[in-house]
Design a protein around this ligand. Structure first.
Ligand code: ADP
Length: 232
């Protein structure tokens, strides 16, 4: 197991954001975290990334505790957030070269990741001029620059038009390593995820393959299964 979480809890004032979560993610899995806004997904992910401290429980990532912050461990993680920012007035390639330098990896890695995310043709385009879909690809490329073993994607297709969203699926499917991904697009989760966890009010409602969740609820799609499980 790459990620092991046991009875994890985190409270903000009166709000129990994560309420006894036990979960594990295996090597090579594309693992989805689904749930309504405010369910505790970001809090959970940020604790696993070592960006927030849990109140109690146990988290292990590659057999190590992410808290207190561990720079060796962080170097093995790739993190794409919704607030991805780029070096202004840089081209896509220049941006990625700077990211590579920050990670102390070869600047040649910039061209490798541009290719990996299908942005070769936009290498010389300034980041401000990229389309929404291209910006998301660049955000993913930035998270991949140091060749992480574990990648966290936070709603990578949010704010994209339906075509750009579908076009990004191919890239998401081809990503190397283990991926933990949050989304509100259930068709996407169904197409991409090996397993999903549904979280609500800080608790795990169900963890299974999309097919397993459909069978369990008698639903025709993951979206139906999700709606039945969170309404139950
Ligand atoms: P999600 O990512 O599923 O939308 P979050 O983890 O962001 O959920 O939030 C879970 C709950 O914790 C929400 O009720 C949210 O308002 C609350 N919360 C999140 N971050 C903080 C914070 N820094 N301080 C206080 N409350 C927070």
């Amino acid at each position: 197991m790459i990620i092991e979480i046991e009875d994890l809890r985190k409270r903000y004032g009166a709000r129990q954001a994560v309420d006894g979560v036990t979960l594990s993610v295996d090597e090579g899995e594309f693992f989805g975290l689904l749930g309504p806004n405010g369910a505790g997904k970001s809090t959970l992910v940020e604790i696993v990334e070592g960006l927030r401290r849990a109140d109690s429980g146990r988290v292990s990532v590659f057999g190590k505790s992410p808290w207190p912050r561990d720079l060796d461990l962080l170097a093995r993680l790739g993190i794409q957030t919704q607030s991805s920012s780029f070096f202004v007035r840089h081209t896509a390639r220049e941006h990625l070269r700077r990211v590579a330098t920050l990670h102390r990896v070869s600047r040649d890695r910039a061209d490798e990741v541009l290719k990996l995310v299908g942005l070769e043709d936009s290498a010389d385009t300034r980041v401000e001029k990229l389309s929404g879909g291209q910006r998301q690809r660049l955000a993913i490329a930035s998270a991949l620059t140091h060749d992480p073993e574990l990648l966290f994607l936070d709603e990578p297709t949010a704010a994209l038009d339906p075509l750009a969203r579908k076009q990004l699926w191919g890239l998401l499917k081809s990503l190397p390593g283990t991926v933990v991904y949050t989304t509100h697009h259930l068709d996407e989760a169904e197409a991409l995820c090996d397993r999903v966890a549904i979280i609500q009010n800080g608790r795990i409602v169900a963890v299974d393959t999309p097919a397993g969740l459909r069978e369990r609820t008698g639903a025709a799609s993951l979206e139906d299964a999700y709606l039945r499980l969170v309404a139950a």
